[in-house]
Design a protein around this ligand. Structure first.
Ligand code: ADP
Ligand code: MG
Length: 594
């Protein structure tokens, strides 16, 4: 009955999987992940065969115990039985250890392969695939593989061995009884297997409701300040109670069904055992077989029945694993749309110019809409050019294209007079430093976040970068200085501080080309001045493109590009544009008056 419990409490099914029939052959495609551990797999296989054989032999020991009586057994018979038992114990240890080892190793290797592959994928992939789904593949799907390799396959193999061995031993022990059992066992097991499958569907539904609870609570916890500020705690509590009750009633349906199944199984098994013993006992009374033979026969019969049940249960697990494998392989075979050319050219050292030739571009998720249309401009070596335009006009998109997160649909972009399509994206990005509008920090300390610009930088270099970014003052006031933990995405810093960390990061990277996206709202007057100073220093001697929201920035620029609706509508100095462009004049009045 523990087996039934096991199958009912199996909670590995993820809410995402809805695959009904799966071709199990797909599991074979995971063989490259096992190949490196062939030796360990062989040891595990040998241990598995040895334990199955000793278990089969033990049935003969039962016969001896009963027929000869334990006190009259000869010494060598006792020794053999002891050896069989010791082999069983040692073999089980090795089998359990190595099989579980392979399960853990393989699932972690798959995790690593998936993560490494994710790192190479084009950003558009992450716009179509939700992060929750990707996470589920890295955790739930790989955990399913772990239980398959670390448990199910070995259980299935040993069950097949025990089934075949037990069957042979039954036939040898008593042909007539064996035939009776062979006819009745399927009659008992078949309805239970069908019923068990129905129960699994119920149990999956119950798991889905538990997953819903998690999603709901997660969202509330993330937005706790909104909940509290609107004093919606009582309503949220009631809504959550609804989710919990849904999960409970789904679980109630499931446990009712499984209790019934266990009771039915007990009736069937007791009836079957009773019938077997009744027929067998008759033969014992008639002297056709010995009591020991009957006992060992029952032992083998239970073994065979149990093996059948295990195999049918594991078949369901393998199907789910096949679903998980399919999803993982699909992710692993996803090709990045941003590919390096077969023969990449290296960018030269020193300053680099930047060139847009007739660039048009639509985001893959909005192919109808042109985010950029026939844009051409040039930024000479060491020059600073400002980009201005209404929100949504395409300014940030220009930065994305320069870093080759997307490829333009028309036209070309040149860096240092080389088409960026002829460069390795890694080489291109090493030469570009970006300070984004909303700087992204990692849940780590200050040093880690600054040295993201150059992982080889020493403490001295990190400190001087922080100083140049006007960040040293506030960093030294933090409780642990450069070792201060910044919280998830740097929540423990103000917007202006975060931005100065991002500037320090760019200073440390020391790139030839700078892309700056000015923050508008994050800064107060005091930190704005500091950030301005930091930026001014950073821009010196570098080719700089800066998305400007402040008049001060525009004044520093050599030239200004005015973008409207994805088009470059005007280009020139501040004075020029004021005189020639109505849009620019309006922008200045609306946005740059602080
Ligand atoms: P901004 O000038 O404010 O920086 P953007 O370059 O960010 O404007 O955006 C230009 C246009 O492209 C906007 O209409 C925006 O909605 C759209 N856009 C930006 N990012 C994406 C994306 N990843 N997928 C689809 N459309 C996008
Ligand atoms: Mg923007």
């Amino acid at each position: 009955f523990s087996l039934i419990d096991m199958s009912l409490n199996n909670r590995q099914a993820s809410a995402a999987e809805k695959i009904q029939k799966q071709d199990l052959r797909i599991l074979l495609k995971l063989s490259p992940f096992i190949k490196p551990y062939k030796r360990i797999a062989t040891i595990a296989l040998i241990a598995l065969i040895v334990t199955s054989l000793s278990f089969l032999l033990f049935g003969q020991g039962i016969k001896l115990f009963i027929d000869e009586g334990i006190y009259t057994l000869q010494n060598n018979q006792l020794i053999i039985i002891a050896i069989v038992l010791i082999t069983l114990v040692i073999g089980t240890f090795f089998r359990f250890y190595f099989v579980s080892w392979i399960g853990e190793r393989v699932s972690n290797d798959v995790r690593l392969a998936v993560f490494n592959h994710l790192l190479t994928l084009h950003p558009h992939y992450f716009e179509i695939n939700r992060s929750g789904e990707i996470n589920a593949r890295l955790t739930t799907d790989t955990t399913l593989l772990q239980s398959i390799f670390g448990f199910s396959i070995s259980m299935a193999l040993s069950s097949v061995l025990l089934f075949l061995g037990g069957l042979v031993m039954m036939l040898i022990t008593n042909l007539k009884l064996a035939l009776i059992v062979l006819v009745t066992v399927p009659i008992i097991l078949l309805p239970m297997a069908i019923y068990g499958r129905r129960l699994r569907a119920l149990s999956r539904k119950s798991q889905d409701t538990v997953a819903d609870i998690g999603t709901y609570a997660g969202e509330i916890v993330q937005n706790i300040k909104v909940v509290q500020s609107f004093t919606r705690e009582p309503e949220e509590s009631i809504a959550f109670k609804n989710e919990v009750e849904k999960a409970f009633s789904a679980a109630k349906r499931r446990i009712m069904q499984s209790s019934l199944l266990i009771a039915a199984a007990m009736i069937l098994v007791f009836t079957g055992l009773g019938a077997m013993i009744w027929f067998g006992a008759k033969d014992v009374t008639n002297g056709d077989i010995s009591a020991g033979e009957l006992a060992s026969f029952v032992f083998y019969a239970i073994m065979v029945a149990r093996s059948v049940a295990v195999i049918s249960e594991i078949y369901g697990q393998l199907q789910r694993a096949a679903g998980a494998t399919e999803r993982l392989l699909e992710l692993l075979s996803e090709e990045s749309q941003i590919q390096p050319p077969t023969q990449a050219i290296d960018l030269p050292d020193g300053s680099l110019s930047l060139n847009f030739n007739n660039v048009s571009f639509s985001y893959p998720s909005r192919p109808q809409e042109k985010a950029l249309e026939e844009i051409s401009f040039k930024v000479g070596e060491g020059e600073t050019v400002a980009i201005v335009g209404l929100s949504g006009s395409g300014k940030t998109t220009i930065f994305e294209l320069i870093q080759r997160f997307y490829d333009p649909s028309n036209g070309s972009i040149e860096v240092g007079d080389l088409d960026i399509m002829s460069l390795d994206p890694v080489n291109l990005r090493t030469n570009i430093g970006v300070v984004p509008q909303q700087p992204t920090l990692f849940s780590a300390n200050v040093s880690h976040n600054i040295s993201y610009g150059d992982p080889h930088a020493n403490a001295e270099q990190i400190k001087s970068a922080a100083k140049e970014a006007f960040a040293l003052d506030f960093i030294e006031k933090l409780p642990d200085g450069f070792d201060s933990y910044l919280g998830e995405q740097g929540v423990r810093l103000s917007g202006g501080q975060r931005q100065r960390i991002a500037i320090a990061r760019a200073i440390l990277k020391d790139p030839s080309i700078l892309l700056l996206d000015e923050a508008t709202s994050a800064l107060d007057a005091n930190s704005e001045q500091k950030v301005q100073e930091a930026l001014k220093r950073l821009m010196q001697g570098r080719t700089t493109l800066i998305i400007a929201h402040r008049l001060a920035t525009i004044m520093h620029a050599d030239r200004i590009l005015l973008i409207d609706n994805g088009r470059l509508v005007a280009e020139g100095t501040h004075q020029n544009l004021l005189a020639s462009s109505k849009l620019y004049k309006r922008l200045c009045e609306l946005q740059f008056n602080h």
